[in-house]
Ligand binder design. Sequence first.
Ligand SMILES: [Mn+2]
Length: 363
Amino acid sequence: MFALLTHACKRNVRCSAAVQLLWGEAGALALAARGHTARSSELLRRLSTKNFNVPPSAEFLARVSGICTMGKLPFWDSAEGLDAAFVGVPIDTGTSNRPGARFGPREIRAESAMLRRYNGGTKAAPFESLMVADIGDVNVNVYDLKDTCRRIREAFKKIVAADCIPLTMGGDHTIAYPILQAVAEKHGPVGLIHVDAHADTSDMVLGEKIGHGTPFRRCVEEGLLDCRRVVQIGLRGTSYAPDAYQWSREQGFRVVQAEECWYKSLSPLMVEVRKQMGVGPVYLSFDIDALDPAFAPGTGTPEIAGLTPVQGLEIIRGCRGLNLVGCDLVEVSPPYDTTGNTALLAANLLFEMMCVLPKIKYY
Ligand SMILES: [Mn+2]
C-alpha cells in the first residue's frame, strides 16, 4: 500500500495531506520517511505520534467526503499487520423472515461517517492503542449458504492467523457459526456473550441444519464453545415450547431473558458475566434484534419489548477487561429502516466493541 501511496504522491505534491486525512497516520509516516515531509509533518503535529491508523477528523475533512469505509479507516486488503479489523459478511441467505441483511455492512459503513476518534463516555482511545483498518467484505456466494459458510471460515482463519481480532459487520446470524469455527480452531473452545432476542439454538429449520436460527447448536455440537462460559442476554418472544430456553440451560449456558433486564441497569449483570468468563478467550456476538424494534426496526426477525441502546452499551462496556478474541454485530437489514438509524446504532455498537478490546488505552 505504501508503494502505491508513494507513487500517488509523486503525481501530486499536495497529496501527503490527502493521504494523512484519508489513510491515517501510518500512511503519512511512511511518506514522511520517504522525504514527503512538508505537509505531512504539519498534519502530524495535530495528531498523536504513534504509528497507528487514525481516521480523518471531520474538523479537517467533511464527513460526506472520502471513500466509504468503516469509521473512515483505511482499507487494507488483508489482516496482516493489524491488531483488529472491521470486516463485512454481506449475506441474508440464512434469514427466515425479512431479508436485507446482505446490505448491512454497506449501510453500517455509510452511517459510521459520524464516528469520531475517542469514546467520550469511557475515554477510550482506540486509535492510539491498536492498528485497525477496514479489510472489506468476505466474498460470499449468495446462491449457496453452505459454500458461503466455507468461504467465511477460510477468510476468518486467515484473519485470526494474523493475530488480528475480527470486528464483523453482518450479515445474518448464520455467520457466527463459521466465524466461531475459525476462532475456536486458533483459541480452543471460547466463552460466548450472545446478545439476542432469540437463542439461535434450533436443531433444524425446514429440514436445514444451517440458517440464522441454528448457529449456536452447531457450535455446541462441534465443541467450539466452553459451555460453562456462555451467556445469552435479551431472549424473548413467542416460542415453540413452554420452556423455550431449556436446551440452552441443559448445555450449561446462563440464560438472561429480556424480562430479567426490564427497567434495570445491566451493569450489575456484567459484573457477574465477567466473573463467569474469567481469563479465557471470549467471543461477543451481538444481534441487533436484542434491542427493541422501536430503536432498531431494521432487522430480520423483530421482537417487542427488547433492550434499550443504553443497556446495549452497558453490556459492551461491561466486557472491558475480558480476553475478547472476536466480536460481531449482525442482522441489520437496512431496507426495513430507511432512516439509517438501525445502521447508525450498529456502527456505534461496533465502535464500542473496539473500545473494550484488550490493550486499549483509556485516558
Ligand atoms: Mn440471532
